[in-house]
Design a binder for this molecule. Structure first.
Ligand code: NDP
Length: 308
């Protein structure tokens, strides 16, 4: 079985930063990219708040830069998905793509988080034919059309403004009478003429036919319903931490975020560390993910030195 010194699962800002720090500490680092190489940022447009890019940067470009830097410093980045883990013995064992097992002295879990859906049967039915959780990926298909975005956080505001630049009209479906998003994002939404916020509305059903989505049935606070004609329905209601594979071994909180010790990245399994959105229900920003990737590599380096 192949032996790896530091195995990093996930290729977002946390995974690549762990690889950069791990490689510079002379550890043999292998990164498995996972289901979404580059992570969530590859689905976003411009990033203006990551220090070091004074003119902003496209999400995909930034992740390409992270990867190049990790590779230049000696990390090996592989296409592949962890499908099983066995943390009961040392070295740890991880199955990749359902077939090959590798063993590792230390593991950093940096598998991020994925978009949440409302859980409506109609949402499933029209997934890919009018229902999407990524405006950046799919907005293009709705040029000059009418779409709805559900959610009131920064993601929803960002997606609504992005879609407003492409679409004729964007409805924002917000369940309360306030937006959770930062003031700057709220202002951007409220000052965009072709965005209409539907306050205190919830989605009851997505309507459609064989060709895809044609509308959405909403319910107001008083229980009354209204149908709105749309061509596309975008979800922006938060994320689910990608910790399912590890829950047999590592402790998670009620929402599934991996619990790490104090300011460090240690999990309850010595030698297994967690970094980025999979362990961060609060800050969930690329800069925080990168910082925790750095901490995870430093923690792993200490651990590996201790078992030599
Ligand atoms: P949030 O958890 O911040 O917001 C989720 C939104 O979806 C809330 O408005 C919530 O409503 C709503 N919601 C949740 N469940 C439902 C439901 N079942 N039906 C209807 N609405 C629902 O998630 P985000 O993805 O927006 O943001 C995550 C983190 O990332 C935040 O910390 C955010 O600040 C950050 N972020 C920052 C960006 C930036 O700085 N450029 C860009 C994008 C995200 P309610 O408010 O009522 O709970």
């Amino acid at each position: 079985m192949e032996h790896i010194q530091l195995l990093i699962l996930g290729s977002g800002p946390a995974g690549y930063t762990a690889a950069i720090y791990g490689s510079r500490a002379n550890l043999q680092c292998v990164v498995y990219e996972g289901i979404q190489p580059g992570g969530q940022l590859t689905q976003t447009t411009e990033i203006e708040n990551f220090p070091g890019y004074p003119n902003g940067v496209q999400g995909q470009q930034m992740m390409d830069d992270f990867k190049s830097q990790a590779v230049r410093l000696g990390a090996e980045v592989r296409f592949g998905l962890a499908t099983k883990v066995d943390f009961s013995q040392r070295p740890f064992r991880v199955e990749v793509d359902g077939k090959n097992w590798v063993e590792a002295d230390a593991v950093i879990i940096a598998t991020g988080a994925t978009a949440k859906y409302l859980g409506l049967p109609s949402e499933e039915k029209f997934r890919g034919t009018g229902v999407s959780a990524c405006a950046t990926c799919d907005g293009f298909f709705y040029r000059k059309k009418v779409v709805a975005v559900v959610g009131g956080g920064d993601t929803a505001c960002e997606e609504a403004t992005y879609l407003a630049s492409l679409c004729r009209k964007v409805y924002m479906i917000v369940r309360r009478d306030v937006l959770r998003a930062s003031k700057a994002m709220q202002e951007r939404v409220l000052n965009t003429p072709n965005i209409e916020v539907l306050w205190k509305h919830q989605t009851r059903e997505i309507l459609g036919d064989d060709m895809g989505v044609t509308g959405v049935r909403l319910v107001r606070e008083d229980g009354s319903e209204t149908d709105v004609a749309i061509d596309g329905f975008f979800l922006a209601i938060g994320h689910h931490p990608n910790s399912d594979l590890f829950r047999e071994w590592v402790n998670v909180d009620a929402a599934g975020y991996i619990i790490t010790e104090g300011k460090g990245t240690a999990t309850n399994v010595a030698g297994v560390f967690a970094a980025g959105d999979v362990q961060d229900p609060t800050y969930r920003q690329a800069i925080n993910a990168a910082a925790s990737g750095c901490r995870a590599a430093m923690d792993a380096e200490k651990y590996i030195a201790s078992i030599k």
